[in-house]
Design a binder for this molecule. Structure first.
Ligand code: FE2
Ligand code: FE2
Length: 332
């Protein structure tokens, strides 16, 4: 891993300009937040991503105390209100109290979003696979961390189920296992990419940043703990086949075993996690807190929709023979 610090990102508009200025300690007028598409807004999603990063590994050159900068927190809340408004418009607000043990698999089965993994296996080039890895880096380099926010917030049985999944994600359940975020970093290095957090932030469009920001949004708000559990359940339930296709695509492209390992490990691990997610986490949570059933299913619908839009954006670019990133990346 390269050890030098990554430069802070470039602003994309008034929202990220304001956040970047606050991160640098400057006092600037707060802009009004106006967007008709918060989930696809490049400027808003970058601003949100930067705010959220303060709660994870932090940002280079930004003091730890900035995590609780009252002005940034209040601005973040305004951005989040736009996200929530557009999520409700996209998938509807939390309603109903279906049996989550049957409703979650039904939601996944009914999802008619495009399959990025199938496209990659059948049509993708190594350049497109490299772009895909780049898009995923905003989330996968901190894989599992957003879901860990729920651990202290869940009742007993659901907490145990979540911790069982997280033990696998962090590679601590077996001595020979490796943290999944570290496996992803290895994939990046094998593809000639810089594995430092946020090294490619400027290349990632709003629709990509929205995928990671959705997990952080649910994760940082106790009131969305049910949605976070639904989000993680869908992640686990939609992993095995796509991960297998990405590994096969990389094999066809001549990539190394080390580049494929992240995907191969998920094929095995998530065959277990998908059962734990429903039977030992989401199901028990709905049993213990029946009022959260609607939130669990809302989180599931939200992640399917946001991931679907992410996939559509990449496929539209590639089908037109274009790059899917905001500017051409110089592969190191
Ligand atoms: Fe994982
Ligand atoms: Fe998993």
């Amino acid at each position: 891993m390269t050890t030098s610090a990554v430069e802070l990102s470039l602003p994309r508009g008034p929202l990220s300009t304001f956040v970047l200025a606050r991160l640098h300690g400057a006092t600037v007028p707060r802009p009004s937040v106006v967007t008709s598409d918060a989930l696809g807004d490049d400027d808003l999603q970058l601003a949100l991503h930067l705010c959220y990063e303060l709660h994870y590994g932090g940002l280079p050159g930004v003091p730890d105390e900035t995590e609780w900068d009252i002005e940034l927190l209040s601005f973040r809340a305004e951005l989040e209100r736009c996200v929530e408004r557009d999520l409700f418009a996209l998938v509807g607000p939390p309603v109903g109290a279906d049996d989550v043990r049957s409703a979650l698999p039904a939601l996944v089965a009914d999802d008619d979003g495009p399959s990025l993994s199938r496209w990659m296996l059948e049509n993708g080039s190594i350049e497109q696979m490299t772009e895909f890895v780049l898009h995923r880096s905003a989330y996968q380099l901190k894989e599992a961390d957003p879901h860990s926010w729920a651990i202290p917030r869940l009742p007993r049985a659901a907490k145990a189920g979540l911790v069982e999944i997280q033990a696998g994600e962090y590679g601590v359940e077996r001595p020979e296992h490796v943290m999944h975020s570290e496996l992803f970093a290895a994939t990046m290095r094998e593809l000639g990419l810089d594995d430092r957090p946020n090294a490619y932030l400027d290349e990632l469009p709003g629709t990509t940043l929205a995928t990671g920001n959705l997990a952080s949004y649910f994760g940082l708000h106790r009131r969305w703990r049910g949605a976070l559990v639904g989000h993680l359940s869908v992640f686990e339930m939609t992993s095995v086949e796509p991960m297998g296709r990405y590994s096969a695509a990389l094999e066809r492209m001549g990539a190394s075993d080390a580049a494929r390992r992240f995907y191969d490990v998920h094929v095995m691990a998530d065959a277990v996690h998908e059962r734990v997610a429903v039977d030992a986490m989401a199901g028990p949570l709905a049993d213990e807190e029946p009022a959260l059933a609607a939130d669990i299913l809302f989180g599931a619908r939200a992640v399917l929709a946001v991931e679907g839009r992410f996939a559509e954006t990449l496929l539209a670019a590639w089908s037109a023979g274009a790059s899917s990133v905001r500017r051409e990346v110089l592969v190191i």
